[in-house]
Design a protein around this ligand. Sequence first.
Ligand SMILES: [Fe+2]
Ligand SMILES: [Fe+2]
Length: 279
Amino acid sequence: MVENHTPDNLEIAPRHLKFDVEEELKTLWHGGDVFKTAFFNALSMQFPLGEHQFIEAVRKYRDRIEDPKLQQQIRGFIGQEGIHSREHKRYNEALRARGYDIDGMDRRFEKHMKFVHSLPASRQLGGTCAAEHYTAVLAHSLLSNPDALEGASPKMKALWRWHAIEETEHKAVAFDVYQNTVRNNRMRVIIFFFVTYNFFKYTFLNTCSMLKTEGKLWSVRTWLGGLNYLWGKPGVLRKCLPEFLTYLRKDFHPWQHDNRVLIDEWKSHFDDEYRSATV
Ligand SMILES: [Fe+2]
Ligand SMILES: [Fe+2]
């Protein structure tokens, strides 16, 4: 039995924000850096369909949850992911202005998501737990490592930090639903490897697609800079690696890593940061 580490007083409620980033997305918004911009945009490309799928997967088990606290957290989770999905759809539409092949990337991912939809509900929920682990670890990295968004425009920083905060708040919801219903630890770990492969595959392919449009797909300098950013210094992914792997532990629970201090810190300057970034 996995011990539940979810804090008792955890608040998960959607913030009804609408970001004003259309103009930013016409530019290389991450400090003029083509790789970093493409990498974040590539992540965004997966969110609308991915997050929609997470909601569906959790909904299938909602009726089996008796704990009123977890029921409330599920409501918060669905609300947050729904708004993320909507805002990233707007984000991705705005990327068309740069000439990116949005339809091609969407078609490719849709095909994969169609396959995910055809899986048994328990596997869909297991996939959601693994994907939520990836988003939560990346979110922690973005929030705790100022270098990750260094040079990005203030509005884009605000958007990514908002998403990262809410991913932190609801990081254990799908997991707690899984532990209350499916409870198959072996399957959870096996699915993690599939999700890992697909997460990196689509992030890589989408990054390549955007670099191609930018005329930088074969630029050694661009790739070296990108590799340095992800695996060298600051090493956004390298720093995440040990945390990614904690998922394989038998007694893993997302709140074993209690990082609520990041949420509190963010809340303390929420107003200033968001008044100017949203409409
Ligand atoms: Fe999200
Ligand atoms: Fe999430």
